[in-house]
Design a protein around this ligand. Structure first.
Ligand SMILES: Cc1ncc(COP(=O)(O)O)c(C=O)c1O
Length: 397
């Protein structure tokens, strides 16, 4: 069968093999601990769900403008403006079906054939594919392992060329949990500004920040305005508010570009589901309730981060890992744990799952199949048991 060049290079996600196996084993009645999921293990806070239900009952079930309900865009802009300390134009907000659609809008509207886009690696699995769907070329670039793979301007300088049109950053990072400091982020933003390169910054985990120096992870809007060139900020409610299934994301960028995003959406999805927008409106306008629920979930993630790091050091002291400052993942190196017969982390993760029931995501999904990612969006007991099983598997293999 012949397909269009649009999807010629589209690959199935590297996570599929393990998740299919995990599902099959669970169906067979095996005791599976699934630490492969990229979503909070909490329910959406009640005040948000209640607002959506009330909205549905009150008839908020029709089309909205493609970029979203104006009160929602204004509420998001108000939050962003408070953070930036300056007024951001609310028409720069485009509400999307998850942060993923914002990323699609950005890559599709900004890049095309002949363009190269730098992708900070290890990367969230969809970035290179989104760039390829736009028929541009993704160029993964790794920072130093000792520095949580964070990039520096000199690394970017070495990786860029005259075709480089964009840079995709993710902080806090999935899969590493690394977080750029304000100074580090500023240096990268200025590098992109000085070269006229679009900066797409995915801050979806910004509220899941495990350090006390500031309330949320540093983001683009914390930077002085003059350090920013052309940029698209991507965020959403999926992770901060445990709303993955609602498909509730947004971007902020210059209104002229936001208009293009809205035009694109008007031709494909029209608008984000209206009840989801009503739910988001509650999340973004009920400041006190949302701060309380974010704080509660973040406290659990932080406790689990501490647990996972402590148990890692106790049970697997020779296994290198990136210390996670945000998000809810532990990224650890497994290549010294397998031999040539196993070959890569994908095969190692499959064996681990077959023999212990613990599901992780192999690093191939993030650009380096010598690593594995464990989600700690799970109960303390599940994390404890999973880590004991992994340690036993490593001792026995
Ligand atoms: C870094 C990153 N960006 C974007 C997304 C997608 O978010 P959403 O579910 O809002 O589309 C994810 C989901 O796992 C993610 O980890």
């Amino acid at each position: 069968m012949r397909y269009s060049a649009n999807v010629e290079r589209l690959q199935p996600s590297a996570t599929i093999a393990v998740s299919t196996l995990a599902k099959r084993l669970a169906e067979e009645g095996r005791d599976v601990i699934n630490l492969s999921a990229g979503e909070p293990d909490f329910d959406t806070p009640r005040f948000i769900s209640d607002a959506a239900v009330e909205g549905i009952r009150g008839g908020k079930t029709r089309y909205t403008p493609p970029p979203g309900l104006p009160p929602l865009r204004k509420a998001i802009a108000a939050r962003l403006s408070a953070r930036a300390g300056r007024a951001l134009d609310w028409t720069g907000v485009v509400v999307t079906a998850g942060a993923k659609q914002s990323l699609f809008n950005a890559t599709f509207c900004l890049f095309g054939p002949g363009d190269e886009v730098l992708v900070a690696a290890p990367f969230w699995t969809s970035y290179p594919d989104l760039v390829m769907i736009a028929r541009a070329e993704p160029a993964p670039i790794f920072g130093e392992e000792a520095d949580g793979f964070k990039l520096t301007p000199s690394a970017l300088e070495g990786a860029s060329n005259e075709r480089t049109r964009g840079l995709i950053l993710n902080t806090p990072c999935n899969p590493t949990g690394a977080v750029y400091t304000l100074d580090e982020l500023r240096a990268l933003a200025e590098w992109a500004r000085d070269r006229g390169i679009w900066l797409i910054c995915d801050e979806i985990y910004g509220n899941i920040y495990h350090e006390d120096d500031r309330p949320t992870a540093p983001g683009l809007l914390d930077l002085p305005e003059d350090s920013l060139g052309d940029f698209v900020l991507v965020d959403g409610a999926s992770k901060s508010y445990a709303m993955t299934g609602w498909r509730a994301g947004f971007s902020w960028c210059a209104p002229e570009l936001a208009k293009k995003f809205a035009d694109l959406q008007s031709q494909i999805t029209s608008n984000t589901a209206t009840p989801s927008q009503v739910a988001m409106l509650e999340a973004f306008s009920n400041v006190d309730a949302s701060a309380a629920s974010i704080a509660e979930m973040e406290a659990a993630f932080r406790r689990r981060r501490d647990l996972v790091v402590r148990r890692m050091r106790e049970l697997l002291p020779d296994v290198p890992f990136v210390y996670p400052h945000g998000a809810f993942y532990l990224y650890f190196r497994v290549d010294h744990l397998f031999d040539d017969e196993v070959g890569d982390a994908t095969a190692w993760c499959s064996r681990l799952l077959e023999s212990t029931g613990v599901a992780l995501v192999p690093g191939g999904a993030f650009g380096d199949d010598r690593w594995a990612r464990m989600s700690y969006a799970a109960s303390d007991a599940e994390i404890e048991t999973a880590m004991e099983r992994i340690a036993e598997f490593v001792r026995g293999s």
